[in-house]
Design a protein around this ligand. Sequence first.
Ligand code: TXE
Length: 499
Amino acid sequence: MSMPAAADLPRHQMLIEGKWVDANGGEWFPTDNPFLGKPWAMIARGDNADVDRAIAAAAAAFRGPWRKMSASERGAILRRFGDLVAQNADRLGEIETRDNGKLITEMRGQLRYIPQWFYYFGGLADKIEGRVIPIDKPGVFNFTREEPIGVVAAITPWNSPLMLATWKLAPALAAGNTIVWKPSEFSSASALAFGELFEQAGFPPGVVNIVTGFGSEIGEALVTDPRVAKVAFTGGDATGEQVYGLAARGIKPVTLELGGKSANIVFDDADIPNAIRGVVSGIFAATGQTCIAGSRLLVQRSIHDQVVDGLLALARTAQMGDPLSDATQIGPVTTPGQYRKVLDYIDIARGEGASCVIGGAAATRPECGSGWFVEPTIFTDVKQSMRIAQEEVFGPVLAVIPFEDEEEAIGIANDTQFGLAAGVWTQSIRRALTASERLEAGTVWVNTYRAVSYMSPFGGYKRSGVGRENGMSAIRGYLQEKSVWIDLNGEAPNPFVMR
Ligand code: TXE
């Protein structure tokens, strides 16, 4: 297959101050179609000068038109944006599939759901209220104001590009902040297509700016610029740690969502066919490339073989192939680097003594074409000490660990540095409630897995992150509270003593 010349590929510019612009240095980089294993578009390669321009535009918009608008007007623009996303959902979903190789059924579904975030947070924009505090000092009136923070840097990954950006943009904009958004270098095309809708919705220029390029080249300039007041990041924990450190230099608040090693726990009283479907949805859906992947199956020893056999049967029938086909169930891995990482972890697990009962290699079936496919893989005989039980693989690789009783299950589930999510499969209400209390995870699903909503908080315990996205409280992450004191006494007390 001949490679298209870079010059023939469509080119996508950046969005700064409402204008579509080339990168300052005039450079471009290719973005790949993971199913075809070759570039399909060129993206502007931003440098620090582009970051500077975008921050300047966001800072001016924050002081200017956006700040001056009423909260109701801001909310109306967000809701209009939601309508535009709904009208363009299928087109945007297709761009995502072409760019990151995830199933069209999944990306289209996400895009059709995304408008709800803009409706919900658009509705919340004019319901942000301060408080009057019955202060303990006579003749003094004290109240609070909830104010936006300023310019928010949103740094997003490639696995659910627009969904994870929306989780930041919708509350941040509703709260009255402005944005510089750096999408992943592996999935910028859909961000730029989203960008076209901002102007149509009526956002003033500069309220949302999109700078494309490599995190390693422009990330530091973006996070450390003193005009950026808050950083919202989703990505790997190593990069998250780096971003947290950079933000700390400027004492900036952060929201970090950093992946996990989530446990799906199947007790012997579970509805086993349902549990098996839930475990498969946790690890093979989205090719395991999701922060909430249920990458550890903890299964009660008495039903271990029954559950593993059921998983094998389902994994064997999973249809791999073109992610643009509605019939495909497992698509490619998104990047060559991720593909190598997944295959490396398979080698590591074998080297540590885990037993591979299915998969365990690159997929070379004809329907996989020249894409970066990995066979759905299951390891049994996994020990807690193994890297496959502790580290995030971010691929279709399941580690199965048996347990004897509830106590041991909770102990194993909590014995990782992460704490993003957990699944519990049981018919016992007592078990459901005690497990959901004792599991150290930001989300616990009982008899379901991989459910999210704009209404319910999402985020990590431990190394899985800082702060919460979604739900009403998410907007607090983009506000700061001010206390205002008004003296009504009319006489100045002793200036040398605290009032
Ligand atoms: O993510 P990165 P990568 C995990 C998953 C995966 C691993 C690496 O385990 O294998 O992370 O993936 C930007 N300053 N997750 O390398 O590096 C980068 O450009 C500022 C979990 O793709 O975390 C991109 O926009 N920004 C996850 C964003 O950070 C920087 C989703 C995320 O990229 C930067 C994806 C820097 N120094 C991967 N370096 C999840 N939580 O869902 C990079 N970036």
